[in-house]
Ligand binder design. Structure first.
Ligand code: KG4
Ligand code: ZN
Length: 335
C-alpha cells in the first residue's frame, strides 16, 4: 500500500487528543483539546474531572482529526493508543475508544508507551533523524535519560524522586504563579537574574545518569519560607530564573555526558519540559561546544499530543506488533 494512515489517540493526563499520521512521519492532523482551564481552580490535575472530560471530548476530537486529515474511517489503516503510563481513568477513555474503532472498522490495533511517543516527536520534527541518539525525557511525570537505538529504548537513568516538571509546577505554586507552572516559570524567568540565588545542582557531578529534583524544590520552598518569616517579599522573577538555571544545568550536563560516554553524536529532548526555552538554548550551546547535534520538537509536539503516538506506532505496525481486544490501560507501564 502506498500510504499508511494511522489514527492515534491520547488521553493519559489532561489533554484529549487525536491525530492522523501518514507513513509514520507526516502529520495529516493533530487535534488537542486541553483541560487546563478546568483544573486551574484546583492548582493541579483532578483525576476524576480529567476522566469525565475525556469522555465528553473524545468523539468530537476524533471527528475533528479525521476531518482535518480529509479522511473517514475507511481511509485508515490502523488505530493506535497510548495505553500507559498515566491516570488509569483517563487512559481508559482512549483505550476503549481505540478498541471500539478497531473492532467496528476491522482495523489493526497498536498500543504505544506514552514516553515512547514523547521521544518519537523528534522524528516528526526532524524527518532525517535516525537512531542512535541519547534523549532526555522531561515531563510532569518523568525524568529519564534514555539511549534510543534501532532495536529499542534503553533506560540509562531516571529521577530518584520528583520529575523535573513536577518541581517546576510545585515551585511555581510556591511562588504564587499558578498552574501549570512550567510555562509560567519559563516566562517570568526571562525578566529575572538567574545568578541572583544559588540553588543546589543535585547529582550533577555524580558518575551516573540519575537525577533528583526534590532537594532543589525543597531548597526553593525553604528559602521562600525563611523570607516570609523575616517579613520580606521574594523577588519572584529572580527566584524563578535561579531555580530554572539550577534545574537546566543538571539536565544538560548529564545528557551531554551520557552521549559522550556512549559515543553517540546526537542529543534530543522530549516531554513537556522540553519546551522550556532555557533548556533548549542551553542544550544547543553545550552540544555545539562538544561537537554534538541537538534536536528537539516544536513546543506543540513536546507537551502531550496524539501525533507523537501515531509516529511511535508506525514501526510496531510494520513489524506486526499488534494488540487485541484484551488491551487494557496500564497506569504504571514500564519502558
Ligand atoms: O509531557 P507533558 O505535557 O505531560 C506529562 O506527560 O507529564 O508535561 C507536562 C509538564 C508540566 O509539569 C509542565 O509544567 C511542564 O511539562 N512544562 C514546562 C514548560 N512547558 C510545560 N516546564 C518548563 N518550561 C516550559 N516551558
Ligand atoms: Zn506526557
Amino acid at each position: 500500500k502506498e500510504n499508511v494512515n494511522i489514527l492515534a489517540l491520547e488521553s493519559s493526563c489532561d489533554e484529549t487528543a487525536a491525530a492522523v499520521i501518514q507513513n509514520g512521519r507526516t502529520i495529516l492532523s493533530n487535534v488537542i483539546d486541553s483541560q487546563i482551564a478546568l483544573h486551574q481552580p484546583y492548582g493541579g490535575v483532578v483525576p476524576e474531572i480529567a476522566s469525565r472530560q475525556h469522555v465528553l471530548a473524545m468523539e468530537r476530537v476524533i471527528a475533528a482529526a479525521l476531518q482535518e486529515a480529509g479522511l473517514d474511517f475507511d481511509g485508515l489503516d490502523a488505530v493506535s493508543v497510548a495505553y500507559g503510563p498515566g491516570l488509569v481513568g483517563a487512559l481508559l477513555v482512549s483505550v476503549s475508544a481505540a478498541k471500539a474503532i478497531a473492532f467496528a472498522h476491522d482495523l489493526p490495533l497498536i498500543g504505544v508507551h506514552h514516553i515512547e511517543g514523547h521521544i518519537s516527536a523528534n522524528y516528526l520534527a526532524h524527518p532525517d533523524l535516525s537512531a542512535p541518539f541519547v534523549c532526555l525525557v522531561a515531563s510532569g511525570g518523568h525524568s529519564h535519560l534514555v539511549k534510543v537505538t534501532k532495536g529499542g529504548i534503553l533506560t540509562l537513568g531516571a529521577t530518584r524522586d520528583d520529575a523535573v516538571g513536577e518541581a517546576f509546577d510545585k515551585v511555581a505554586r510556591a511562588l504564587g504563579l499558578g498552574y501549570p507552572g512550567g510555562p509560567l516559570i519559563d516566562k517570568i524567568a526571562k525578566e529575572g537574574n538567574p545568578d541572583a540565588f544559588h540553588f543546589p545542582r543535585v547529582m550533577m557531578e555524580e558518575d551516573n545518569d540519575d537525577f533528583s529534583f526534590s532537594g532543589l524544590k525543597t531548597a526553593v520552598i525553604n528559602f521562600l519560607h525563611n523570607l516570609s518569616q523575616k517579613g520580606e517579599q521574594p523577588d519572584v522573577a529572580d527566584l524563578a530564573a535561579s531555580f530554572q538555571k539550577a534545574a537546566v544545568e543538571v539536565l544538560v550536563a548529564k545528557t551531554i555526558r551520557a552521549a559522550k560516554r556512549e559515543g553517540i553524536g546526537i542529543v534530543a529532548l522530549a516531554g513537556g519540559v522540553a519546551s522550556n526555552s532555557l533548556l533548549r538554548e542551553t542544550l544547543q550551546h553545550a552540544a555545539l561546544a562538544n561537537g554534538l547535534r541537538a534536536v528537539y520538537p516544536p513546543p506543540v509536539l513536546c507537551t502531550d499530543n496524539a501525533a507523537m503516538g501515531g509516529c511511535a506506532a508506525y514501526p510496531h505496525l510494520m513489524r506486526g506488533e499488534l494488540m487485541d481486544m484484551t488491551l487494557n490501560a496500564v497506569p504504571d507501564l514500564q519502558l
